[in-house]
Design a protein around this ligand. Structure first.
Ligand code: F6R
Length: 241
């Protein structure tokens, strides 16, 4: 595992964008696994800037996102599809037909998940998977558990996540209670993994996940067993190491 220290969020974002750009330059038709959340927003902003300067070309790239809320349409501004469109896809020359997010409108969870696994397998897996790190060590929507989940699966959101999300919705009833997420096996099968992490509030979990025991209680800890992981963190997030 390589750990790269950036001085701040802006530098972390540029370093992560550099790694993604290098992947796209080396393999223009690569399969990128992408994440939502606040951490990668600066990385996406940087990629957009370099695309506009003509330095990176997404025309042959395929993307596969980690997760999506069950029940939300792509037009819902809380959906992860909407997030990806507004933070990246609408601003670069990617073919949207080659961008994949689990189908939140598929009510049959088994079908939604097996369809997604078939899509990923059809591309022969992911070349570079970008990940954020949850405060409790989750990656994707793989929350602390008794065992590592394998393929794409449906998760019930914890009450604290539902409550935290409530501010974005008209009422508590509108808040999604479930989500589809890529499983740990699929993430571990990516050829390369890039984790971005910033802020002092992540310092404890960074240490636990990457230097503590490998346990499904800290899902990101499994990344210690992957042969090609790069963590790019700002000084605050890496301050406990
Ligand atoms: C996003 C995702 C989540 C986030 C994690 C960190 O697709 O799957 O695991 O990466 O919750 O979120 P932020 O970056 O908002 O701290």
């Amino acid at each position: 595992m390589k750990i790269i220290k950036a001085k701040d969020y802006a530098q972390m974002s540029r370093m992560a964008a550099n790694i993604i750009s290098a992947q796209v330059i080396l393999k223009p038709d690569c399969i990128l696994g992408l994440a939502t959340g606040s951490t990668p927003i600066g990385t996406y902003d940087q990629l957009i800037e370099w695309y506009k300067k003509g330095d990176v070309d997404f025309s042959q790239v395929t993307t596969i996102n980690l997760d999506e809320y069950k029940g939300l349409s792509p037009e819902n501004d809380q959906s992860y599809r909407y997030f990806m469109n507004t933070h990246l896809f609408d601003h670069v020359n990617i073919d949207k037909a080659k961008t994949f997010v689990p189908n939140g409108l598929e009510g049959d969870s088994e079908k939604a998940c097996s369809d997604y696994d078939k899509i990923i397998a059809g591309f022969g897996g992911i070349d570079l998977q970008l990940l954020g790190l949850g405060n409790n060590g989750h990656i994707g929507f793989n929350e602390p558990d008794e065992a590592f989940a394998k393929g794409t699966h449906c998760v019930s959101l914890t009450q604290s996540t539902i409550d935290a999300n409530a501010r974005f919705f008209a009422s508590l009833d509108d808040v999604p209670k479930e989500a589809y997420t890529m499983g740990i096996r699929t993430i571990m099968q990516a050829k390369k993994v890039l984790v971005v992490v910033n802020g002092r509030q992540k310092a404890g979990i960074v240490k636990e996940a990457f230097f503590g025991p490998v346990t499904p209680r800290v899902p990101a800890s499994i990344l210690q067993l992957h042969s090609d992981v790069t963590v790019v963190g700002d000084e605050e997030a890496l301050s406990a190491l």
